[in-house]
Design a protein around this ligand. Structure first.
Ligand SMILES: [Mg+2]
Length: 119
C-alpha cells in the first residue's frame, strides 16, 4: 500500500480523496492546499504518490508537477481534473504526469488507477 500526498485547494475534494484512499488501504501522509505547499511537502515527506489538483491558487497543478518532477524525475503523480480541462491534461502528460482522475470521484476507478501507478 502507498504513502500518498493529497494536493488540492478544495477541502471537500481532499476529504473525499482521503476517505476513498484510506478505505483502499493507503496511508495519507500529508495534505497541501496549493502547489507551493505541495512542492514543500513532497520534498519533506517523500510520498510514494501524489494526487495533484490542476486548478489551485498561488501555484497551479501544472507548475507544481514541473517542480516535483525537477526534484525527483521518478515521482508518481496522478492529476485531478475537472470537465473541460483537456489542454491542461495534455500539458500535464507532456510534463510527466502518470495518470488522471476526474471529479466527481469514483471510488473503484480511483482505486484501480492508484494501484496501477504504484504498481
Ligand atoms: Mg482546485
Amino acid at each position: 500500500m502507498a504513502k500518498i500526498l493529497i494536493v488540492d485547494d478544495s477541502r471537500t475534494s481532499r476529504k473525499i480523496l482521503r476517505g476513498m484512499l484510506e478505505e483502499a488501504g493507503h496511508t495519507i501522509v500529508g495534505e497541501a492546499v496549493n502547489g507551493e505547499e505541495g512542492v514543500a511537502q513532497y520534498k519533506s515527506l517523500k510520498p510514494d504518490l501524489v494526487t495533484l489538483d490542476v486548478t489551485m491558487p498561488v501555484m497551479d497543478g501544472i507548475e507544481c508537477l514541473k517542480q516535483i518532477k525537477a526534484e525527483s524525475s521518478d515521482a508518481k503523480v496522478v492529476m485531478v481534473t475537472a470537465a473541460g480541462q483537456k489542454s491542461k491534461m495534455m500539458e500535464a502528460i507532456s510534463n510527466g504526469a502518470d495518470e488522471f482522475v476526474s471529479k466527481p470521484f469514483d471510488a473503484d476507478k480511483l482505486k484501480s488507477i492508484i494501484s496501477k501507478v504504484v504498481g
